[in-house]
Design a protein around this ligand. Structure first.
Ligand code: ASP
Length: 321
């Protein structure tokens, strides 16, 4: 597929807009970039002169750095705008900020924010490409793409697999984005969590099985995606998760749901474990499992994140060529 056809619009706001063949093409492109990334000369200069602006309104280590490294490896210039020092903190609207950046003729805006509709509102009012780097509890397209790439590398397919997503799904844009992507490939998806971490949309989601019991939910799984308990995020859609008091329930959550070398035996022998990071060590997953390369894909995901973001930038910014 020519890269010009991967995206239907100039922006990447959600995986929903991508076709299975577009996703497969992005994985192939990213695999090629990951080979290049392992060379001592990592730069490819085919996007020289393009400008990418990173605007992160929520904390981030890996996604922000990953987008910056990805753009620089493609020869682009990158500008990071610290929100606290931007005019948004003086009361400027995001639309005025977007118009200002457009007037500087930037090529892409990478945005992370709490407000779910903001990236698409900006995209509709901006000439530059807009890429969501995480919006609210629903959208994190590049995380889902890099997770798919990681699963594909180890399992050779996305179809016919059993994937269990475990933990704080109620507040997780990673879970929602992964489900939307994997459902395009007919993956068998289970959710494993206590009731206070499951919100109504999962009950309504077609084809997603829900388990309260960890071992039952991960039984015969090929892939387990564990999630961070996101205590900084209050939930909009479920009062059950809002009621979660970390201090009070932590012990029972850890006892019943922490993934470790013992309970993982319920899954397939060659199961792989993903986690989007940052990890709460010994809360959702045991420290020894995080560091066990037989299972843990966590650092592979980080490595793949750079290659996948290179693929996304290359395909989106290459649309005009
Ligand atoms: N880094 C991921 C996100 O931004 C997951 C997390 O923060 O737990 O959604």
């Amino acid at each position: 597929m020519p890269i010009q056809n991967i995206f239907k619009t100039k922006d990447l706001l959600d995986v929903f807009d991508l076709s299975p063949s577009g996703i497969t093409e992005l994985i192939e492109l990213a695999n090629n970039f990951s080979v290049q990334n392992r060379q001592s000369e990592k730069k490819i200069y085919n996007h020289c002169g393009k400008t990418v602006v990173n605007f992160f309104m929520e904390s981030s280590t890996r996604t922000r750095t990953s987008f910056e490294i990805a753009a620089k490896r493609l020869g682009m210039d990158v500008v990071n705008i610290p929100v606290a020092q931007s005019s948004v903190s003086k009361g400027e609207t995001m639309l005025d900020t977007a118009a200002t950046l457009d007037a500087m003729l930037i090529d892409a805006l990478v945005i992370r924010c709490t407000e779910e509709a903001l990236p698409s509102t900006i995209a509709g009012n901006m000439k530059a490409h807009v890429i969501s780097a995480g919006a609210g509890i629903s959208f994190h397209p590049t995380q889902a793409l890099l997770d798919a790439m990681t699963i594909f590398q180890r399992k050779g397919t996305l179809s016919g697999l059993k994937v269990a997503i475990c933990g704080d799904v109620a507040r997780s844009r990673v879970a929602r984005s992964n489900i939307r992507l994997l459902q395009k490939f007919g993956t068998d998806i289970s959710i494993v969590a206590p009731d206070y971490f499951i919100s109504q949309d999962y009950y309504e989601e077609i084809g997603v099985k829900i388990y309260n019991d960890l071992k039952e939910g991960i039984r015969e799984a090929d892939v387990i995606i564990t999630l961070r308990v996101q205590n900084e995020r209050t939930l909009i859609r479920s009062d059950k998760a809002d009621a979660f008091d970390f201090g009070q329930k932590l012990n029972s959550y850890v006892l019943e749901y922490r993934l470790n070398h013992e309970n993982i035996k319920a899954a397939k022998e060659d199961v792989i474990v993903l986690h989007p990071g940052p990890v709460n060590r010994d809360v959702e997953i045991s420290s020894s499992l995080i560091d066990d390369e037989k299972y843990s894909m966590i650092l592979k995901q980080v490595e793949n994140g750079v290659a996948m973001r290179m693929a996304v930038l290359h395909a989106l910014l290459g649309m005009e060529n």
